[in-house]
Design a protein around this ligand. Structure first.
Ligand code: DX5
Ligand code: ZN
Length: 217
């Protein structure tokens, strides 16, 4: 099977040196740059928005994996696509008309992802799974980097993997939150195809080596 893909989260980087942080990721074995957008409403924190995403994109040589932790994401899909989002992931919990939202993302030419909070069952995606490029399982409650990995995630990956196979979907499973070298091999074993890692990469003494180590899972 394909090697696991790594998506370092720029949320954990030094925002005062964003260009050099992006250039470091360009030199790394990362497959994507994960961009966490928080609106202070869907999650109890505010990160950054469109102009900063555009600035990241201006220097990035890796595709942007944009994770929208915002209410009413439909209002901003086109704008995030315009500033370089290659994957656009919306939250199941923020979408009343999820099928329409997925359709809108794909019509913009982006890959469509849906993220599930830790309490949200993978079974709820059964009727849209064949339309998705990615399912992001949150392994922490979204809003902050540096939180502890929730162990129930392994069981969710296993269950989602079975569901994806049963539906003949091509969706990749992405894990977001508290990923490190301890849980990464178990997540890959269970069926994860993309690992997001924020603080584990950026707080490590050698981020390039840490990305390489994760990539070897
Ligand atoms: C959490 C974000 C994550 C976060 C991951 O709300 O969606 O992408 O930045 O950071 P770590 O790896 O530190 O948990
Ligand atoms: Zn994220």
């Amino acid at each position: 099977s394909m090697p696991v893909q790594i998506a370092p989260s720029i949320l954990a980087s030094d925002f005062a040196n964003l260009q050099s942080e992006v250039e470091m990721l360009n030199r790394s074995e990362a497959d994507y740059i994960h961009v966490d957008i928080m609106d202070g409403v869907f999650v109890p924190n505010i990160s950054f928005g469109l102009p900063v995403t555009e600035a990241i994109h201006r220097h990035a040589r890796k595709p942007l994996d944009v994770h929208l932790m915002i209410v009413n994401p439909d209002l901003y899909l086109e704008a995030f696509r315009a500033v370089g989002a290659e994957i656009i992931t919306v939250h199941y919990e923020a979408c009343t008309h999820l099928h329409r939202t997925i359709d809108a993302i794909k019509k913009l030419g982006a890959k469509a992802g849906v993220a599930l909070n830790p309490h949200t069952s993978v079974d709820l995606l059964g009727d849209v799974l064949t339309d998705l490029d990615l399912v992001c399982l949150m392994s922490v409650n979204p809003g902050f980097g540096g939180q502890k990995f929730i162990e129930n995630t392994y069981a969710k990956v296993t269950k989602l993997k079975k569901l994806i196979e049963a539906k003949n979907s091509k969706a990749m499973i992405e894990i977001d939150g508290g990923v490190n070298l301890q849980n990464a091999p178990l997540l890959v074993e269970a069926g994860a195809g993309i690992l997001v890692a924020g603080s584990f990469v950026f707080n490590s003494p050698d981020p390039l080596a840490t990305v390489s180590a994760l990539k070897k899972m």
